[in-house]
Write a protein that binds this ligand. Sequence first.
Ligand code: NZQ
Ligand code: ZN
Length: 388
Amino acid sequence: MFNFDFYNPTRIFFGKDRYDVIDKNIPSDAKVLITYGGGSAKKSGLIDKVKAALGSRKVYEFGGIEPNPHYETLLKTAEIVRNENIDFILAVGGGSVIDGTKFISLATYYNGDATDLLKFGFAPITSEVVKKVVPFGAVLTLPATGSEMNNGAVISYNHGKFPVMSALAFPKFSILDPTITFTLPKIQVANGVVDAFVHTTEQYITFPVDAKIQDRIAEGILQTLVEIGPTTVAEPENYDARANLVWSATMALNGIIGAGVPQDWATHMIGHELTALLGIDHGQTLAIILPALLEVRREQKRAKLLQYAERVWHITNGSEDEKIDLAIKKTREFFESLGIKTHLSEYGVEADKIQVIVEQLKAHGMTALSETQDITLDVSKKILEKAF
Ligand code: NZQ
Ligand code: ZN
């Protein structure tokens, strides 16, 4: 196992009707800004419930944080936070609203051009760079990204998607109420299952470092998603299935399974280009890329692919290659069983776009991806061709 530091200060409040914790976890004299997305939280009555829980605090609202949140929208909101002296931000939404709120929190008092904050990649932004942040909490409406309990955000700017990481960007608390997610369209639930699945594989299907706890938790998350995935898509109000999806998605990217192990974020990095260039949903981009990436990288990932085949899919017969083939086939079939297409061509994309995607990867410096930094642009191209 590699050396690691682990830090996660986010309080989680899980279960039905936990709105009472809002009052207890935000200072009583705080001026609060509620941030939300395109309106689903307004329509469902969730914003009204949250406002009621805030009692007599002075409350402001900012709706309109779009999926794949845009830098410009977030900067506008940061200005409101500054001008109104907001003390606490409450994000009500999915990954986009929570990520957007993280960026607002970091950008509000940043002394300089806030595009600087997009240039750190996976290197954490420290308190020497951003001296003051605005504390925030979250009410999660879409289980997928893990943003509710991690320190990352992905911000869209100028045809690119930029990771932003900082220990300053953990929510103070997050409310995870599975019933809030009952209103999600089926496709968003399916996207969420895939996102959680791929977050897990990217910290698990790499090379072995004898990290038994991390591996077994990862295998537990993957098996849970396989078990409840199709049910939670088909039966939105099945509380237990949805509760298990919510906690799987949080556990997949809150730092626990990634501690002390190699990580391969290539599926995400290639996927981000598909979203930025072609507007394909985040979860769908991962379903397109992951099976192809596992094919192309089967030699580098052989030992963990075999472990994945045996422990997650219970494949015990056949040669090593047959086991790996079957595990990749089952992965693809699982995504498809959720209603997600796994080939780029099925999204109305023409083959000539592959070269454009490769050029975008180059423009964004994504030239040495993977757990061993050896996915060059040529390898990414091969993966995209296989994914077509
Ligand atoms: O905007 P509204 O009207 O709320 O509608 C949203 C949006 O259209 C809708 N929705 C959310 N909750 C709902 C609901 N509709 C009905 N009922 C509800 N309860 O769902 C749509 C998608 O929402 P979005 O927040 O964009 O989805 P998701 O949670 O999948 O977030 C995707 C974003 O997270 C980033 C992605 O790149 C993408 O920008 N990621 C963030 C990560 C992180 N912070 O750690 C890691 C991930 O890998 C990911 O990259
Ligand atoms: Zn993701």
